[in-house]
Design a protein around this ligand. Structure first.
Ligand SMILES: [Zn+2]
Length: 140
């Protein structure tokens, strides 16, 4: 049984010599994008075009690239709001990201700096509502 249009070998040959997108190669070889994608996978080649959602750089790396250690504290060198709040992305402050990286979970409520360094983004120096409430309950 033959595949419609180009054979596996032919598609493979074109993939190796001219790594065009699935759609483009399928069109050129009278094959289907699905078949080209399969041959590509058989060859152990990366998907092309890449999945719509690009592989994001790990958050921890992006975060680390925007911080500077100041003693035991961590200063944010990335974007800030007008009032100086460190901003990680359009969705999150650096505080929330730092907290999540440190604790492996989403902060509950507002994240506050618990040390003396202004706007410190060291995860261990941040608290969320749950932590503040827990501390309040500990007898002094
Ligand atoms: Zn600190």
């Amino acid at each position: 049984m033959k595949e419609k249009g180009a054979s596996w070998e032919k598609v493979a040959h074109h993939l190796v010599n001219d790594n065009a997108s699935d759609v483009e190669l399928a069109d050129r070889l009278e094959s289907t994008p699905q078949f080209v994608a399969r041959v590509r996978a058989d060859l152990g080649m990366a998907k092309f075009p890449r999945p719509l959602k690009p592989q994001m750089q790990p958050v921890a790396e992006v975060f680390a690239a925007h911080t500077v250690a100041v003693g035991d504290h961590l200063q944010w060198s990335g974007r800030t709001t007008r009032d100086g709040t460190p901003v990680f992305s359009n969705l999150e402050t650096a505080y929330r990201v730092a907290f999540r990286l440190e604790h492996g979970q989403e902060p509950q409520g507002l994240v506050r700096v618990a040390c003396t360094f202004p706007r410190c983004v060291r995860g261990a120096h941040l608290t969320d509502r749950v932590m503040r409430e827990a501390r309040r309950e500990v007898p002094a």
